[in-house]
Design a protein around this ligand. Structure first.
Ligand SMILES: Cc1cc2nc3c(=O)[nH]c(=O)nc-3n(C[C@H](O)[C@H](O)[C@H](O)COP(=O)(O)OP(=O)(O)OC[C@H]3O[C@@H](n4cnc5c(N)ncnc54)[C@H](O)[C@@H]3O)c2cc1C
Length: 386
């Protein structure tokens, strides 16, 4: 079993992993070298964490973000329910100590609440014909309570870096052939001594950014060959609660994807009955091809099958998030069974100019989550500072 498979077994429905000692437990201001001006491409978990660490060390930087908002795949909405709805990252896959690691300052108290699932919660497994329900029976990932991963970043990371985010800057070219690096977005030019690229790997796979000179051939191969899962989420409100905490749909082979319907109101201070749908890989494919009208019919038919028609009877409203259709994501994340060496190649820096941070640019021990994106930021900053 690879480290990644182990991590995934402990994943969505598994035990929390112990923390790696990648982050120091307190703020570290020492800089061995001053890197000059740093440009960070992308303001998701990795870009924000990178900026935050540079800010702690007094290093000059700017973030260039393609969209009109920060957060990337941690996007959430406050408009659907009376608690925040996580349209991307939802669960905490590791222990709560990751919050302290990311904040990297032991004087800060983290007020974000999380809750594990109760071991006696109903856990359903649907094989396409029969639904079997039993107790969850094992420790699981944690849910944020009336908050999300986005809210954690918004509260603890974003305030110290927000004024250095330039929005609506879709980076098209990174020219690192000269002494200074030149980065361009729709006719606008930015220069820097170092660049940290944090865009989703699918953006590089689609060749949306042109590197001059070309990236090293092993990096190009890794970008081309890595598998990025399709992905979507939906949230559906019902006037009654008729469903268990989690129903997993069996996908064969397991490595092809995941699909869960789950109680999204679990642990929240709310009286609203909201069911979530999380679907990646082949699990997502039926949904991302449907119109909104077809989509809700499809979802209600699936839930009616499991509930003797209760879903259609009690349906109130829904919201859908298609990650494949997001112009600056184009998919969900690198699939769980990816070759770890390929992921490690994605994370390698190029010369002493270009650095990569993000959920796909790790050391190959884990990938595809907010905590891995944040940890990769720490690694990229350490490499850059020597
Ligand atoms: C459906 C779904 C469910 C998930 N569930 C969980 C979960 O429960 N728990 C968990 O930990 N993780 C989960 N994840 C994974 C998690 O969301 C990501 O791993 C993490 O948010 C990635 O952060 P990042 O900074 O690497 O990338 P991103 O968040 O994608 O940030 C990259 C940024 O780069 C910007 N960008 C893109 N192209 C350009 C360009 N050309 N120029 C400038 N900027 C650009 C983007 O707009 C974006 O803001 C989930 C993801 C999905 C899609």
């Amino acid at each position: 079993m690879t480290r990644k498979e182990f991590v995934r077994l402990c994943g969505v429905l598994g035990v929390g992993l112990p923390l790696q000692s990648v982050f120091s437990s307190c703020k570290d201001d020492s800089i061995s070298t001053n890197p000059g001006k740093v440009l960070i491409i992308g303001a998701g978990a990795a870009g924000l964490s990178t900026a935050y660490l540079l800010n702690q060390r007094g290093i000059e930087f700017q973030i260039l973000e393609a969209s009109n908002a920060h957060g990337g795949r941690m996007k959430r909405t406050l408009d659907f329910a009376n608690f925040p709805i996580p349209l991307g990252a939802e669960w905490l896959h590791v222990e709560r100590g990751i919050f302290d690691e990311i904040v990297n300052d032991s004087s800060v108290d983290i007020g974000i609440k999380t809750t594990p699932y109760d071991l006696e919660n109903d856990y359903g497994l649907y094989d396409g014909e029969e639904l079997s329900i039993e107790d969850l029976g094992f420790e699981s990932d944690q849910k944020f309570v009336n908050a999300t991963w986005f809210d954690f970043f918004e509260q603890y990371i974003v305030p110290s870096v927000k004024d250095r985010i330039a929005y609506n800057k879709v980076i098209e070219t990174i020219d690192y052939s000269g002494e200074q690096i030149s980065v361009s977005a729709a006719g606008e030019q930015f220069t820097a001594d170092k660049v940290i690229v944090t865009v989703p790997v699918k953006i590089l796979q689609n060749e949306s950014i042109n590197f001059i000179p070309e990236l090293p051939s092993n990096k190009i191969d890794a970008i081309r060959d890595v598998t990025v899962w399709d992905g979507c989420k939906a949230f559906i409100e019902f006037s009654e609660k008729f469903y268990p905490a989690i129903v997993e749909f069996r996908i064969q082979p397991r490595s092809a994807g995941q699909k869960l319907y789950y109680d999204a109101s679990y642990g929240q201070n709310t009286n609203q009955n909201i069911v979530g749908l999380f679907a990646v890989g082949t699990g997502a494919q039926p949904y991302i091809q449907l119109s909104d009208e077809e989509l809700i019919e499809y979802i209600l038919a699936e839930l009616d099958e499991l509930s003797d028609g209760k879903a259609s009877e009690t349906y109130v409203k829904h919201i859908f998030q298609n990650w494949n259709a997001e112009p600056f994501a184009n998919g969900a994340y690198v699939y769980d069974s990816e070759n770890w060496r390929r992921v490690r190649t994605l994370g390698e820096s190029v010369g002493d100019k270009l650095y990569f941070a993000g959920d796909a640019y790790t050391t190959g021990d884990d990938w595809g989550s907010v905590h891995t994106a944040a940890r990769s930021a720490k690694r990229a900053v350490s490499e850059m500072l020597g």
